[in-house]
Design a binder for this molecule. Structure first.
Ligand SMILES: Nc1ncnc2c1ncn2[C@@H]1O[C@H](COP(=O)(O)OP(=O)(O)O)[C@@H](O)[C@H]1O
Ligand SMILES: [Mg+2]
Length: 360
């Protein structure tokens, strides 16, 4: 039997090199294994993360801070917060002679992650989990964190990349996407709203998770309550509206992001409300009035930004996102812009739902 995890990796973390190992599915970036039932070993993706040591510094800082917060409120930090297991030599990770970067966390038992919520209640729980994450980290010095992916949610910079792709037009596809280009360019000003407010000091810099999807929460197997926010690889300085918005982008759409029948792609206000109630109940008191006001703009911005990135990649010849068919990226861009348009029409209602959640 081929070894899933090399024995020297197990030994480096003080584990028996003969420990039984199984693959943990559910991630999209790293290779994740359960070793000896108690430990989760992950080989970090060096292509996506050129500086894994920065990830570990962020992760250690944030998890230590969170542990204190959970202890202070009488919670169980071993279950509610990821715990990094150091190597036998006290390092945050093991780097193999081949340059593979391995880290270890304690396995959180009797808990599971899910790709999609099976009810609005579960979506509300997800909102509560990410809202609590935001609230507990409100006192953390966000600017001290490494920026793991520079300009990750700099929407104006994403627009700049779109314009560059359009003017180079390396695959001669520009003529096919005139409607989508017009749609994006007409929203240039709006795309700069959040970064503009940050630059003016009207929105505070926060610790953000930056991958606030369902599969990055562990739910208790019995109670179905959210237990722990995981996958801290992209923790960075950012805006509360980014994390909120990214969850809404996927969580409040009635279709997959590459659905081509746009009549099925609906921005569902009921799903939006479920997530918002959970998020705002948990994070609301830690957020400023300006942050609460701009949560709906975060949903708009995250959806628009991804649409712009899909369109850019289509023009560039599908070099970034994996595609399974011709026009896959264009289909995704159309899908996201369809949601964007619906959010614009329902902006008032989205704001009202945030305000109601903040008052209750
Ligand atoms: N400490 C842990 N305890 C229990 N399960 C975990 C733990 N860490 C990761 N997992 C499981 O492994 C999956 C992938 O981990 P994740 O850190 O999200 O990797 P990726 O960055 O590849 O998405 C998660 O969805 C979860 O099901
Ligand atoms: Mg993940």
């Amino acid at each position: 039997m081929s070894q899933l995890v090399p024995p020297q990796v197990l030994s480096a973390f003080g584990l028996d090199p003969q420990s039984p190992v199984q693959v943990l599915h559910g991630g999209h970036i790293n290779d994740t294994y359960l070793a000896g039932g108690k430990f989760v070993l992950q080989k970090l993706n060096r292509f996506v993360f050129p500086h894994p040591e920065h990830i570990m510094e962020n992760m250690l800082g944030v998890t230590q801070f969170l542990r204190e917060k959970v202890l202070a409120r009488g919670g169980d930090p071993d279950r509610e917060i990821l715990q990094v297991v150091p190597t036998g030599e006290g390092g945050a990770a093991y780097v193999s002679p081949e340059g593979e970067y391995w880290r270890c966390t304690r396995n959180i038992e009797k808990a599971a992650s899910y790709e999609t919520p099976d009810s609005p209640q579960m979506l509300q729980e997800a909102g509560r989990a990410f809202g609590e994450f935001q609230a507990m980290l409100a006192g953390y010095p966000a600017a001290s964190l490494h920026e793991i992916i520079p300009n990750f949610h700099n929407t104006p910079a994403r627009m700049e990349q779109l314009r560059a792709a359009a003017s180079a037009d390396p695959k001669g596809r520009l003529a096919q996407v005139k409607a989508e280009m017009d749609f994006a360019l007409a929203r240039t000003d709006r795309a700069g709203l959040l970064t503009g407010l940050l630059a003016k000091g009207e929105l505070p810099l926060r610790v953000t998770h930056n991958d606030t999807k369902m599969s990055n929460i562990l739910f208790d197997a019995d109670t179905k309550k959210a237990v722990c926010v995981i996958d801290l690889d992209t923790v960075m300085p950012g805006l509360a509206a980014f994390d909120f918005g990214d969850s809404i982008r996927a969580g409040a759409s009635t279709a997959a992001e590459d659905e081509t029948d746009l009549s099925k792609v609906r921005f569902d206000l009921g799903l939006y409300q479920a997530y918002t109630q959970g998020f705002v109940a948990a994070a609301g008191a830690a957020l400023t009035p300006a942050e609460l006001d701009t949560l709906p703009d975060g949903a708009w911005a995250m959806t628009f930004e991804v649409g712009v990135r899909f369109l850019t990649d289509y023009l560039n010849g599908d070099v970034y996102f994996r595609t399974a068919r011709a026009q896959h990226n264009l289909d995704r861009a159309r899908n996201q812009f369809c949601l964007v348009e619906q959010m614009e029409r329902q902006r008032e209602e989205m704001g009202r739902i945030v305000r109601e959640a903040a008052q209750s």
